[in-house]
Ligand binder design. Structure first.
Ligand SMILES: [Zn+2]
Length: 370
């Protein structure tokens, strides 16, 4: 296992590429973003975005101008604010209700009331959700599979049904967190993107069908057909392609509108203001950690290292202390109806034994970040 010379991503992260100097492409992307290579002409991209808004603004005000999918995290709340205030659009906010929504996440969704937008909540039958969370854990190794598919699919249905073509997404994750070169300048989110990069992890909605889940239970997860998409002209745009994406700046803006932090950063995380809408994120990130040797703490710390806000040395200490840790294991087991021993057994099927070994009964990285 090798780590990036600048940040703390390991070479076991899927879709990561290292250059000759041992730096990862997420670091190189970050430099591009800062204009070090002057590769991006932000003014012309902002101009391009303005044209997209003008094209989609309802002529008579009798329909919404765009749809903004909102989870309740700082970035999506910021997007709704930007569309309404900075771009003078009339957005319809759409939330796919997450099974592990936190109290803080609920409070933060109320910021939308402060901004003043119409808002649709979509809640999938909780009995089906519970089963899908368990299945996601068992066969995908990601209990949040249902959240990803819901977040990326339900807004597309709303776009089709309401005949609102423009969908505004946030950052392009391949630009922020690294990915294949061809995907980093992607500005459009469509069905193909959802399948390849939307955390579907190679599983489609039909793969979830079993004795207790029928295709009819999953109908909202079936992406609208190509004909439906074309008829309305649905196009999903990454806001972060057109405007420099800076989460810390977004946070400052939404805080003024009432956005709250978690009471404290949970295990498996470092920041109290990121992912504060998902309570069981530590479970997902622990699974990521046993599969790939890194978790959310590394993701968070790396951004601070690249921004020069902490040193790599300081980041190392935080990652070693916090990454891959869990605190909601019992709660998660109770929710999906298994015992902690059963949890360990399923979890162990995902452990990459090339990079982890058991020390005193705990999975430990053979090559800790260095
Ligand atoms: Zn790096």
């Amino acid at each position: 296992m090798k780590y990036c010379k600048r940040c703390l991503f390991p070479d076991t992260k899927p879709d990561i590429y290292f250059d000759e100097e041992g730096r990862c492409d997420a670091c190189n992307s970050a430099d591009r973003k800062k204009g070090v290579e002057n590769a991006i002409d932000w003014d012309s991209r902002a101009e391009e975005f303005k044209k997209i808004c003008d094209k989609h603004r309802s002529k008579d005000g009798m329909n919404y101008d765009c749809i903004v999918p909102v989870s309740g995290g700082k970035d999506s709340v910021f997007q709704a604010y930007q569309m309404k205030v900075a771009h003078k659009m009339n957005p319809l906010a759409v939330t796919f209700d997450q099974f592990d929504q936190t109290d803080t996440g609920r409070i933060n969704l109320d910021v939308l009331r402060e901004i003043g937008v119409d808002h649709i909540h979509f809640t999938l039958n909780p009995k089906i959700v519970r089963r899908l969370v368990r299945k996601g854990f068992e066969i995908v190794g990601d209990p949040h599979w249902i959240n990803h598919v819901g977040i990326y699919t339900v807004p597309a249905h709303i776009a089709v049904k309401f005949k609102v073509p423009l969908l505004i997404w946030g950052e392009n994750p391949q630009l922020e967190y690294g990915g294949p070169a061809s995907s980093r300048d992607n500005k459009v989110l469509d069905k193909r993107w959802r399948q390849e990069f939307g955390c579907m992890r190679g599983f489609r909605e039909e793969d979830m069908v079993d004795d207790e889940i029928s295709m009819s239970d999953l109908k909202i997860f079936v992406y609208p057909t190509d004909e439906e998409i074309q008829e309305v002209g649905v196009n999903g745009q990454f806001y972060g392609y057109y405007h420099k994406w800076n989460s810390i700046e977004h946070l400052k803006i939404v805080e003024k509108l009432g956005f709250k932090h978690l009471p404290r950063a949970w295990a498996g995380s470092w920041l109290d203001w990121e992912n504060c809408d998902m309570k069981l994120l530590d479970i997902r990130e622990h699974l990521k950690w046993v599969k790939y040797g890194y978790g959310r703490v590394t993701d968070q710390v790396n951004i601070f290292i690249r921004n020069g806000e902490i040193t790599r040395e300081e980041g190392l200490k935080i990652v070693k202390e916090r990454d891959g840790k869990m605190e909601h294991k019992q709660e998660f087991c109770d929710y999906i109806g298994i015992t902690p021993t059963e949890f360990d057994k399923i979890r162990d099927t995902y452990v990459n034994k090339d990079i982890l070994e058991k020390v005193d009964g705990e999975w430990t990285l053979k090559t800790p970040p260095n």
